[in-house]
Every structure is written in structure tokens, then in C-alpha cells.
Design a protein around this ligand. Structure first.
Ligand code: ZN
Length: 348
């Protein structure tokens, strides 16, 4: 049997790269993509921290770019040899939600993380609904752009979703909570949409330095009450009208409630690790704070963001500070969990 390598998580702290049968086209709407570059996501670190042994093994990886190697008979938008970006969500492209760009609500949609036999941290992937899921990159793209193209799969589109959902426009004042890849790209996205003041809340200097390069005007390293006080001190005492929350913990939510200005908007894109949080009189209601964000339909944003990636005017790929190969994936998880690496690119 022909074999390829793929990444499995067996439980917290236990990631292995193993041989699996080659992925192949099974349905007429499938495409087979040979992975050129994938990566480890901050959200992969949640199961890496908490997944019970016995719950796995789970195939890993939901961000990748690659070359189409084969297509089913009904696939029309991509063909063998095309360079494609695979968003972190699988979507049919034809339902009422997809037609509105609401790919996260697709009636036939799914996530790579729920696919038992496929995942981006592998040599190849069978892509369901290839026409509705994949986005073709124009021929001739400079290979040096691959890291930035890869961010369109998830982290750049998610940062952009935070900024768009939060209502960032020219002249906005914004706080961004979190100095991970999504937080930093929320900074870049807010800057791109014209925000004038961007306060980045993070304490990891190398990351906040990149945040400044991406457009942050201020950095607040304090957390909790001190962090809230620091942001309020920078904004005339009332906080920022827009808060982009890119962490996902309850602590980060509380931080967002603390720094948002009355009448303002909290846009959450960090995958919430909690089900309950205050929305009552003292937190959101009396101050008229709006809560938005959610799972990012990144495919909907690729057309808008792609030109500035292709011409090099935006370089979201700078969030990758380490490049490894499939054999290096387990160490990549460890280093990201230990915050030694910001985001690990896995070259195919
Ligand atoms: Zn759909």
C-alpha cells in the first residue's frame, strides 16, 4: 500500500507523526491537494493542553496551502497543478449561507478538525466540496509569499473578521487583547481598515514588537485590573470603543468587558474556552456594549486580502517565526505551548 505521513494527537502533550494510507479522491466533488505548507494553530494548543488520553487519536491541522493533484468529475474551479488555499472550514459553496459568505454556517459544512481521516498537518489532503472550499491562487505567485498566503487560511482572515465585526473604520480607537498570531493580525487588519489608535495588550516583547510593526500604537503588558486601568488611562478614562478579543479565555473576556467604552463593541475571535460569562446589567447591558465576532468565515475574505498579500504590501506571514517539516511537528507543538515559538510553519 502507498503511504504518506500525517499528524495525530493521542492526548494532551502527545502528538505523533505516523504513516497512513494515501489520501485519494473519493467523491466527484473532492480534490486531492498535495500540501506545500501547513502550520500549527494557537487553537491546536487547547486540545494539546487538555485532550484526555483515549479520546484520540485525532488527525490534526486545519490551515494549508498546496497543489491540486487530482479532482473529482464534478470539480470545476480548480484543476491539477493549481496552487490553492484551504480555509479552516469546509463549505459547500452553494447553500443559502455560503451565498451570503457565512461559511461558518454552511448547512453541509464542517471543520478539518472534525474529519477523522484528513488533516492539514500531513503530506496530502482529500478536500470535500473542492469548489466551495478551496480558493485558487493566481499562477506565478512568488514562493516567498507562501507563508503570507498560508495566513489567509485562518489567522489573517480571523484577525480581519475581528476587525470587520468590531466595526473598525478610518480613525477608530481599538484595543486588541492577545499577542498570538490572531491578535497580531487583528492589529494588522485594524490598521489596514484605517484605525488610528491601536492598543495591543500582550506581555511577550518579541510579539508585541511585531505588533508595533503591524501598526500597534501602544502596548499594555499589564493584565487584570492593572491592564484595564492602563488602557483607560490611555483613553481619557473611558476605555476603547472597539475591543478585539483574540485569546478565548474567560480572563480575556473579562479584560474585554473592562476595557470597552460605554456604547462600544467587543468582537471575540479567540475560541472560547468557557460557556458562561457575564452579560448582565454591570457588564454589557447598562453600558450598551455590543458583543460580536465568532467563528471567522475566512474564505469570504480571501478575495479582498489576497491582492495586498500578492503585491507584498502586507506581510502577515511574519507571524511564522519557525519553519519545520512533518517530523518536527511534535516539537513544534511543544515549543508553541511553551511560548518559545509564536507560530510554526510546516513545510511540505
Ligand atoms: Zn454552504
Amino acid at each position: 500500500m502507498v503511504c504518506m505521513q500525517a499528524t495525530f494527537m493521542y492526548g494532551a502533550g502527545d502528538v505523533r507523526v505516523e504513516n497512513v494510507p494515501d489520501s485519494v479522491v473519493k467523491l466527484p466533488t473532492d480534490a486531492l491537494v498535495r500540501v506545500t505548507a501547513s502550520c500549527i494553530c494557537g487553537s491546536d494548543l487547547w486540545p494539546y493542553a487538555t485532550m484526555p488520553h483515549g479520546a484520540g487519536p485525532a488527525r490534526m491541522g486545519h490551515e494549508f496551502v498546496g497543489i491540486v493533484e487530482d479532482t473529482g468529475s464534478q470539480v470545476t474551479t480548480v484543476k491539477k497543478g493549481d496552487l490553492v488555499v484551504a480555509p479552516w472550514l469546509i463549505s459547500d459553496g452553494t447553500c443559502e449561507f455560503c451565498k451570503e459568505g457565512l461559511y461558518a454556517s454552511c448547512v453541509h459544512g464542517s471543520m478539518w478538525d472534525l474529519q477523522p481521516d484528513e488533516g492539514g498537518q500531513a503530506e496530502a489532503v482529500r478536500v470535500p466540496f473542492a469548489d466551495g472550499t478551496l480558493v485558487r491562487i493566481p499562477a506565478g505567485a512568488d514562493p516567498a509569499l507562501l507563508p503570507s498566503l498560508l495566513t489567509l487560511s485562518d489567522v489573517f482572515g480571523t484577525g480581519h473578521h475581528a476587525a470587520v465585526s468590531g466595526g473598525v473604520t478610518a480613525g477608530s480607537t481599538v484595543a486588541v487583547i492577545g499577542d498570538g498570531a490572531v491578535g497580531l493580525l487583528a492589529v494588522l487588519s485594524a490598521r489596514r481598515l484605517g484605525a488610528e489608535r491601536i492598543i495591543l495588550m500582550g506581555r511577550h516583547k518579541a510579539r508585541t514588537d511585531l505588533g508595533r510593526e503591524f501598526g500597534a500604537t501602544d502596548v499594555v503588558a499589564d493584565r487584570g485590573a492593572e491592564g484595564i486601568e492602563a488602557v483607560r488611562a490611555l483613553t481619557g478614562g473611558h476605555g476603547t470603543p472597539i475591543v478585539l478579543e483574540a485569546v478565548g479565555t474567560r480572563t480575556a473576556y473579562d479584560q474585554a468587558v473592562g476595557v470597552v467604552r460605554g456604547g462600544g463593541t467587543i468582537s471575540r475571535v479567540g475560541v472560547p474556552q468557557y460557556e458562561e460569562a457575564p452579560v448582565g446589567i454591570g457588564s454589557l447591558f447598562f453600558r450598551g456594549v455590543r458583543l460580536t465576532g465568532g467563528a471567522a468565515p475566512t474564505r469570504a475574505y480571501i478575495d479582498e486580502l489576497l491582492p495586498e498579500v500578492l503585491d507584498g504590501s502586507l506581510q502577515p506571514g511574519k507571524v511564522f517565526d519557525v519553519t519545520t517539516n512533518l517530523a518536527g511537528v511534535p516539537a513544534g507543538y511543544r515549543d508553541m505551548a511553551d511560548r518559545k515559538s509564536l507560530k510554526v510553519l510546516v513545510a511540505g
